[in-house]
Design a protein around this ligand. Structure first.
Ligand SMILES: [Mg+2]
Length: 240
């Protein structure tokens, strides 16, 4: 197997394909459902309870749609004073199921950019994504992008320790790892702190839990779309 000097790791959700917009839609559906049952409850009251419930459940349920469903049922219980009729529970599970069945829509220029990088064969290309294992595997399969990657890695979280494990597993020096992603908090900062590089591609919507202040750093480049990756590699002086 070829020994590549650098590894480019791509985040998947909202870096390669749309994802977060479907959570916004599911949240809206959930608010509509609660509001239909209890018209006094408006989105402004429902959303903070949902958010707090989701965040407090992250360490036990992890990220992803199934976790959203469990937290939404729990939120319904809190908002409706534990008097939740079964049709509400059923509709919440349907909202989750519908989200899991959404088609995978690639972001602009993703496929051509990956095809170019793959054909140049200068970098080891991998996917590093977090979330529910089955859902992430299904999306990778449905995206048709698996053929461009040497490896795909699904993690339950993307904190410093998770990246330390990956770096050990890949037998890759941290200074030879470039992470490309839309979450400054989960994709860019941890890898930069470990000595690697980050190429930040913001997406138009971010879950509040993922929002952090961005910083400037010599090992971080920001681009608008994935097709500008070449410019980012040049800027980071790692173009080979
Ligand atoms: Mg992402």
């Amino acid at each position: 197997m070829k020994n590549y000097e650098f590894t480019i790791a791509f985040d998947a959700d909202d870096t390669l394909w749309d994802n977060e917009i479907f959570f916004r839609q599911s949240e809206q559906e959930f608010c509509k459902l609660i509001n239909e049952f209890s018209p006094d409850l408006k989105d402004e009251e429902i959303m903070p309870v949902l958010f707090d419930t989701e965040v407090s459940n992250l360490s036990v349920y992890g990220f992803g749609v199934k976790s959203f469903v469990l937290s939404a049922i729990e939120t319904a219980g809190k908002l409706l004073k534990n008097d939740v009729p079964y049709p509400i529970v059923k509709r919440i599970t349907e909202i989750g199921r519908e989200q899991l069945m959404q088609p995978v829509t690639l972001l602009a220029d993703v496929e051509t950019t990956l095809a170019e990088l793959k054909s140049e064969d200068k970098y080891r290309l991998i996917i590093v994504t977090k979330g529910d294992l089955l859902d992430q595997e299904n999306k990778i399969k449905r995206s048709g992008l698996a053929k461009y990657f040497n490896r795909t890695i699904v993690m339950s979280d993307k904190q410093d320790n998770d990246y330390i494990k990956i770096i050990a597993d890949l037998k890759c020096e941290p200074e030879k790892l470039i992470m490309v992603g839309n979450s400054f908090k989960s994709d860019i900062l941890p890898v930069m702190k470990l000595g690697g590089y980050g190429i930040y591609i913001p997406y138009h919507t971010t879950w509040a839990h993922e929002v952090v202040d961005t910083i400037k750093h010599e090992r971080i480049a920001e681009i608008e779309k994935i097709s500008e990756i070449r410019q980012a590699l040049n800027k980071l002086k790692i173009e080979i």
